[in-house]
Design a protein around this ligand. Structure first.
Ligand SMILES: NC(=O)c1ccc[n+]([C@@H]2O[C@H](COP(=O)([O-])OP(=O)(O)OC[C@H]3O[C@@H](n4cnc5c(N)ncnc54)[C@H](O)[C@@H]3O)[C@@H](O)[C@H]2O)c1
Ligand SMILES: O=C(O)C1=N[C@H](C(=O)O)CCC1
Length: 233
């Protein structure tokens, strides 16, 4: 498979390594200083760039009929516009706030736990995310997905960074050098705590999930999620 990388930073480089180990060819490495892109020679694009660049990169690929795997976080204000462009151009698209296979299991576990906690009003939930100090967006995309999973299955109506009013989920974002990504969902009562945690030990899991999604999407049309890729129903 011929893969174009949009964003050749920490994740772009990790994806290159994993993709080549799986027998794929990297045909383009597009970064901030790239002047011209040859869209004719790519089977799929993988975008791990920056919040300000993601929407432009993704929609350019759609205009050229190139399917896109997007892992960039922090650009969700344009997400629905990107979905519409995908449909209009007959292209294919997967966005995931976190491509790690473990985190996608963790997302399922989070929703299952939320359903059980729904009636137990003595518990208050919060989400904590910890990432490296170069991270541009806050809270992490993964923490937002976790909050959305709880909101869909309980009476919580929204989320807020740091302190939240009653009925909304507080998300605490911490930045610690060299931390690839740790997410904790905490349910606290006066008598106990129930917590589920996912800890990434490095970036390989994110990169592997993105390459698996790229392998899966080639030849398809439409908007998909990692639930489709991993058959999680
Ligand atoms: N979904 C996931 O599984 C997952 C996992 C890790 C990181 N991320 C997200 O991926 C993104 C990249 O993470 P990173 O750690 O590689 O960051 P990084 O800063 O190391 O790399 C980003 C790269 O994008 C480049 N860039 C800037 N403008 C560009 C443009 N217009 N076109 C193409 N490239 C451009 C930068 O020069 C840089 O090299 C972030 O949004 C991060 O939150 C998502
Ligand atoms: O390193 C990052 O940046 C990460 N971003 C994603 C997020 O915002 O959830 C996934 C984890 C790593």
């Amino acid at each position: 498979m011929k893969i174009a990388l949009f964003g050749y930073g920490k994740m772009g480089k990790m994806i290159e390594q994993i993709a080549e180990n799986r027998g794929h060819e990297i045909v383009a490495k597009i970064d901030v200083d790239t002047v011209e892109v040859d869209f004719s020679n790519m089977d799929v694009a993988i975008d791990f760039s920056m919040p300000s660049a993601a929407f432009g990169n993704i929609t350019q690929c759609f205009e050229h009929g190139v399917p896109v795997i997007s892992g960039t976080t922090g650009w969700l204000q344009d997400f629905n516009k990107a979905l519409a462009r995908c449909e209009e151009t007959g292209s294919a698209f997967i966005y995931a706030s976190n491509f790690s296979l473990g985190v996608n299991i963790f997302f399922e576990l989070n929703e299952y736990l939320a359903k059980m906690m729904r009636q137990l009003k003595q518990y208050n939930v919060d989400i904590e995310e910890i990432h490296h100090t170069q991270k541009l967006d806050s809270p992490s995309g993964t923490a937002i997905t976790l909050a959305e999973g709880i909101i869909a299955n309980t009476d919580y109506t929204g989320w807020k960074l740091d302190e939240a009013p009653k009925g909304e989920i507080p998300i605490i974002a911490r930045r610690i050098a060299d931390t690839p990504g740790t997410h904790t969902v905490n349910y606290e009562s006066e008598v106990d705590t129930i917590a589920i945690v996912h800890t990434a030990h490095n970036r390989q899991g994110f990169a592997l999930g993105a390459v698996i999604a790229a392998e899966w999407i080639v030849g398809k049309k439409g908007v998909f999620t990692m639930k489709d890729v991993l058959n999680l129903g």
